[in-house]
Design a protein around this ligand. Sequence first.
Ligand code: DAH
Length: 329
Amino acid sequence: MKYINKFRLELNKVNSIQELEILRIQYLGKKGFILSHIKKLPNLCIIDRKSIGQKINYLKCYIQDAINKKKIEFKNIYIKKKIVSEKLDISLPGKRNDIGSMHPINSMINYIKNFFHTLGFTIIINELEIENQYYNFDSLNIPVYHPSRNSQDTFWFDSNNLLRTQTSNMQIHEIKKHQLPIKIIVPGKVYRKDYDQTHSPMFHQIEGLVIDKHVNFSNLKWIINSFLYSFFGQNIQTRFRASYFPFTILSSEVDVMSNNNVWLEILGCGLVHPDILKRFNINHKIYSGLAFGVGVERLVMLYYGLKDLRLFYKNDLSFLKQFNRSRYF
Ligand code: DAH
């Protein structure tokens, strides 16, 4: 009885299943109370051995039983607590996750990439935003006195390095690789010192370049028109207007007719200037090229009738959310 009372007192103090396990080991473990007494039995005389053996056995069963019951009690408490804490009220309204959407400029770039990919163009992804004047100007026949080189227009780091003002620099990087034919488009960021409703210091261009045998102006027209028809719809009117770029001949700007019957300028294009081909040892009698450059922001603005390009870069969610459910370009 003495031991049973002691055990009961200790059992009452137990507050957790972990403490219960410690108590069990104290009494029933290999080095515990019961086994240590059982080990002492052989030293006793036969009569004591029998009566004490019975008592120890009774004690062992009692303790085992009490511990098992206590364990069940703890488990029930634990389950009850869990049920209360994890109660699921299915009548509560669900949590709404605001689903983000692609920025309209990125959608546009993806649209253009996909379109030209289906025409067999390779998409070049490049980070060459810091450029030197050779690739950005010299190699593209842009004369030293050209106003675009002016520090009022271009972000110069020093007398040679600048933030590229056009993705046309990529024409030269690709031509220099000497792997003909070339049929690429290159999306990327370009930088100019401009800031007003229709200009921002950083904007996106997509450069297209094809160099192969028998490339001519009708190929260029077909490619550009196919792109504009696919984007603005088959009924759109387009116009190729003679223009000038130092790195192309038969240079042209392309306009589309807006809903208000006004021609809007969309992109620049032309046939690659033979001087550029010659400069990089491409036989201009066998090979010819076409090139074009599209301003991405301009296309999106025209498509949605937006007036201020700076809205794209203000991180204004109420503006950006309008594009959530819009046509995925
Ligand atoms: N790089 C020209 C610009 O930024 C756009 C351009 C015009 C690109 C004609 C071309 C091209 O590839 O052939 O204004």
